[in-house]
Design a protein around this ligand. Structure first.
Ligand code: NDP
Length: 468
């Protein structure tokens, strides 16, 4: 592959690592950072023997790049992206390529694509997943926007992406904000995966009374089966890590139980509302993080309405039921995320290939998992399926786990262990498979107070009744 010269703006955690990754694949990288000292430090630490060139101004950066220029922005999402674009524009020419590799909101990316195509700039909004390690060694890349820009940069992107047994984890996702949209849903699914694992851990530890050492073994065992994934693997590691501040026991036990979030999970939930595609497991995971935050309020509630903190589930001797509940819940959460992508793709005319989406998440990103091969296969065989959980590939897997799954959720509820994501997945499935939902009563109530009309099951048309 012919080497290229690319520009990179923003040498923060992600930008510095991505620049090193690109250079390590044989390309020259011209680097710029708003705070020049950061750029100088980067060169001091990494430039010796490598093809980096430091730029002190954006004008200098533009002048250093061959035509068409290709510049990757790795700055914070929101106004910083516009600030850099506006500052760069006077030095760019039609046909030049800008790539936003940050976690931008897909609607911002849509707007930037439209605005910049009017100026002849080829714009790509590219989701990058895998954290700093992924950026350095091979991330999952989700580029969307200008096809021309993608085609031009494809050799570079393929060279820096994570390599899976199914090929490099990058593909053109679709026009406009398609790339950032699937990155957003990826993060929503990541929230759900993490929450589901946390609930399984909580049940095993508090419900079944498993000691950390045994828990670590359980997660390691799970990592060689259907649940094999990066998040299960790191959970096993976490359950083996002793405190690093000299206290006895697990480091995990000294970590405050308040979960942080940066917002992409919340964006997924908002998008699910906008596109009217329910994602209850993802939403439950976002809510669970928010609920964990007011520790004082939770302590107050515990003092007012305490429940036993040590709970015995009783007779269960194996952990397999929890594993089955976790796997079935995961299938439903992915079904929700992919249904959201499918609907958005249809409404926005993005033409997103769902099998390819699962494929490029196979390696490099946080939700990487063996399971994604099955998701990809399911969508290759049934590309138009309305729901992943109902495909031939998965319906049997769900059916064989429903009993264990239900038992686990009920046991957790009885014990007072919160399992919002597992319960949301189970309720999602039960709502789908219930022959008759009470939505008829909702329609009657709507017609009663608002004359909203209803449909009947035995005749065509819209009906309204004087109810009293
Ligand atoms: P950092 O905070 O480490 O770096 C931010 C960079 O943006 C710095 O180079 C900063 O320059 C630059 N910047 C901020 N505001 C402006 C501005 N107004 N004009 C010019 N430059 C500006 O962030 P990360 O590297 O962690 O994240 C970068 C992007 O990647 C974000 O969108 C983030 O959401 C996304 N991302 C991050 C992941 C992670 O694990 N950290 C994973 C995946 C995506 P200066 O040094 O001058 O402040």
């Amino acid at each position: 592959m012919a080497d290229r010269t690319v520009g990179l703006v923003g040498l923060g955690v992600m930008g510095a690592n991505l620049a090193r990754n690109i250079e390590s694949r044989g390309h020259e990288v011209c680097v710029y950072n708003r705070t020049t000292e950061t750029m100088r430090r980067f060169l001091r630490e990494h430039a010796e023997g490598h093809r980096f060139r430091g730029m002190e101004t954006l004008e200098e950066l533009a002048a250093a790049l061959p035509s068409p220029r290709a510049i990757i922005l790795m700055v914070n999402a929101g106004p910083p992206v516009d600030a850099v674009i506006d500052a760069l524009l006077p030095f760019l020419s039609p046909g030049d390529i800008l790539v936003d590799g940050g976690n931008s909101n897909y609607q911002d990316t849509e707007a930037r694509c439209a605005r910049l195509s009017g100026k002849g700039i080829e714009y790509l909004g590219m989701g990058v997943s895998g954290g700093e390690e992924g950026a350095l060694r091979g991330p999952s890349l989700m580029p969307g926007g200008s096809r021309q820009a993608y085609d031009h940069l494809e050799p570079v992107l393929r060279s820096i992406a994570a390599e899976a047994d199914t090929g490099p984890c990058v593909a053109y996702v679709g026009p406009g904000g398609a790339g950032h949209f699937i990155k957003m849903v990826h993060n929503g699914i990541e929230y759900a995966d993490m929450q589901l694992i946390a609930e399984a851990y909580d049940m095993l530890r508090r419900g079944y009374g498993l000691e950390p050492q045994r828990l670590a073994e359980v997660f390691s065992e799970w990592n060689s089966g259907e649940l094999e994934s990066y998040l299960i693997e790191i959970t096993a590691d976490i359950l083996r890590t002793e405190d690093d501040q000299g206290r006895e026991g697990l480091l995990l036990d000294y970590i405050l139980d308040e979960a942080g979030q940066k917002g992409t999970g919340r964006w997924t939930t908002k998008a699910s509302m906008d596109f009217a595609v329910p994602t209850p497991t993802i939403t439950a995971a976002v809510d669970a993080r928010a609920l964990s935050s007011p520790k004082e309020l939770r302590t107050h509630a515990f003092n007012l309405l305490p429940y036993r903190d040590e709970i015995e589930f009783g007779s269960h001797e194996t952990t397999s039921q929890v594993r089955e509940a976790l796997y079935a819940s995961k299938i439903c959460s992915y079904a929700q995320g992919f249904a959201l992508i499918a609907k958005a793709s249809e409404e926005m005319n993005w033409g997103i290939d769902l099998a390819e989406t699962a494929r490029i998440w196979k390696s490099g990103c946080i939700i990487r998992a063996r399971f994604l091969d099955d998701v990809s296969a399911a969508y290759r065989i049934e590309p138009k399926t309305p729901n992943l959980a109902l495909t031939d590939r998965f319906v049997g897997e769900i059916a064989s786990r429903i009993d264990s799954w239900t038992e686990v959720v009920v046991a957790a509820m009885r014990a007072g262990i919160p399992v919002p994501a597992m319960a949301a997945s189970l309720t999602y499935l039960n709502s789908l498979r219930t022959r008759r939902l009470p939505a008829n009563l909702i329609q009657a109530q709507r017609d009663y107070f608002g004359a909203h009309t209803y449909k009947r099951i035995d005749r065509e048309g819209d009906f309204h009744t004087q109810w009293y």
